[in-house]
Ligand binder design. Sequence first.
Ligand SMILES: [Zn+2]
Length: 420
Amino acid sequence: MNWRVWIMSAVRRGNLAVRYKRALAFQYAGNETSVRQEMEDNARKIFLFHVSHNPGYRRFLDEKGFDYSDPEHVAWETIPIITKQDLIRLDPVVDSEVYNYSSSRGSTQKPFRYAASKESALFIWPHHWVLHRIFGVRPYSRGLMLMEYGNDESLKKRLYHRLSNFTVYSAFRMDDTQMHRMYEDIKRRKIRFIYGFSSAVNQFLRYLRDNDLHVELKGIVTTSDNRIGSSYELARRYCGCEVFDQYGAHDGDVFAFECEEHCGLHIMHDVCTIEIIDGHIITTAVQNRAYPFIRYDVGDMARGERLITERCRCGRPLYRLEGLSGRITDYIEDGKGGRVTMMFVGDLLSADFGVDQYQMYEKDGDLYLNVVTRNYTAEELTAKYMSKIEATLKRKVRIVLNEPVHKLPSNKVPAYIKLQ
Ligand SMILES: [Zn+2]
């Protein structure tokens, strides 16, 4: 284990090497039955903890009229689902368990500040390293981070990134000047991997392609936005590596990753128990004793109606999410008063390597499908996809080409956005 792991363990007051070792073994342990049992037991245990130690959580259950007088025997699926709004309103902290606080910036909601207990705060990088190991990168190898923050970071954050061996670029400023600097940095500093928003990574890969530039990387980890199919081929061609999608939600302690087989996202259920209910991803943060993320609606939609429980070809028994179909807001009103998830457009276009990126947007009541491509004309795309899209949506959709994509205040790129 290298010196950075020890320094960071000291800074964070917890042994990261031990957690990494534990996570490495954990990913291959058990079978379909034992994983289910573990997920159920862990979830039940944290529920019992908060029922007995967290007055704020009990207040929530009282508001819902939920009877927890015999908490050991309540049927799990009757426990009320808790939302971000509930948590903002009640702020149910268990002070004695708090290790640190985080806040997430919602797209439209108020900032959400929540507490994490020690185990809930410290698993994150060790879990990332489990993924890094798949493409042969060791903890704290030199990485390029392409995230919401950029040059305006605080000193503390800069120091933290320096120690973590991260070169940080802002996903906000993906212009040619920055992308060229990224390219040069990767070469000069011998950067081994990229970790960034899917859409920003895709943009960088297209920049390499358009300028016929090549770099050597071990792997690319994409996160936050929807997985973009074209990135996988571009990464092989221009970076000589594979792309691995990762899904994390720190509120709710979700950590899931794509393995070398690229068939779904393996859930590290040592930190979360995941359920899919009406398409919503419901998580229970089983290690967080400071804040009750219990049957928490994290705001993301799952692809598929259930988790994949069969052991993966890679050998891991960890259950899998088939994929994400976007945020709850990525729904389009169809012409019949119903709602359609953007997933179906993703299914059509993600597999098409001629399509670099796409986004549906609505403006003044009209729907537009913006496709970023150099391989198709609008007429060709219309002929190829439009009858299917319009049949599903029961609405007229206009294809536009190569417009800039619209971003949320968080800098994420939604698959669908309604413009004011
Ligand atoms: Zn696998």
